[in-house]
Design a protein around this ligand. Structure first.
Ligand code: AKG
Length: 218
């Protein structure tokens, strides 16, 4: 798919060269209860808008489909994946954009994880979204860590207890990192809701694949 032509106003704070600067200095961990936590790291990555513009042009964006009410419909966002073994159309992790792959050691060190899969979502307008869900990709493990880097225009990231309850809203701006950990993919759900107006936004997600040996113990 050709690079989407999207209007985007970079912020002065988030332009400039991308990394290697990442900083956990502003990290704030929130205990969600029932073994779940979320860590928010404002300004984790410098030069995030520069990275947004580069990825918008260079990534081979895919329009995936999802089954809904018995028919296939387009997902309300574009996406790309590197390193997930079960998706036949996914590419190997070493083909992921270097600017994202270079973040893995910092994430591994802080969250003691061994992240080996990177995903990208592109929300072109406020009408693009992701519905309430827990990550299936990780749910075969009792505790998981999923890291989400926000790039481009601001959006709200919502979390709510699985089965219902009051939601929490976390505003995300370009360069912010949000990490869901512990039982979060089981006991909480998350979404990016549709909004009347929003500029284009990307999220880069960092996960650990479920390896065949782990599967046998599911
Ligand atoms: O875009 C986001 O911040 C969330 C992405 C997400 O929920 C997912 O990729 O499963």
């Amino acid at each position: 798919m050709d690079a989407p032509a999207l209007p985007f106003q970079p912020s002065l704070l988030a332009t400039g060269p991308t990394g290697p600067e990442t900083s956990f200095a502003a990290a704030r961990r929130i205990d969600l209860g029932r073994g779940a936590w979320v860590e928010v790291v404002p300004g984790w990555l410098s030069g995030a808008d520069t990275l947004f513009a580069a990825l918008l042009q260079s990534v081979a964006w895919r329009q995936r489909e999802v089954a809904m009410y018995g028919r296939m419909v387009d997902e309300p966002r574009l996406s790309a994946w590197w390193g997930r073994e079960e998706g036949l159309t996914d590419e190997a992790l070493d083909r992921a954009p270097d600017a994202l792959r270079r973040r893995l050691p910092a994430l591994d060190a802080r969250y003691e994880r061994g992240f080996d899969a990177i995903g990208l979502n592109l929300y072109r307008t406020g009408q693009d979204s992701v519905a309430w869900h827990g990550d299936r990709f990780e749910r075969s493990r009792p505790v998981t860590v999923v890291a989400v880097l926000s790039l481009g225009s601001p959006r709200r990231f919502l979390l709510r207890p699985t089965g219902g309850g009051r939601s929490r809203s976390i505003p995300m701006v370009s360069g912010d990192l949000l990490v869901m950990g512990g039982t979060c993919q089981h006991t909480w759900q998350h979404c990016i809701p549709k909004v009347a107006r929003a500029g284009p936004r990307m999220s880069a997600t960092f996960r650990r694949r479920v390896h065949p040996l782990e599967r046998s113990g599911d």
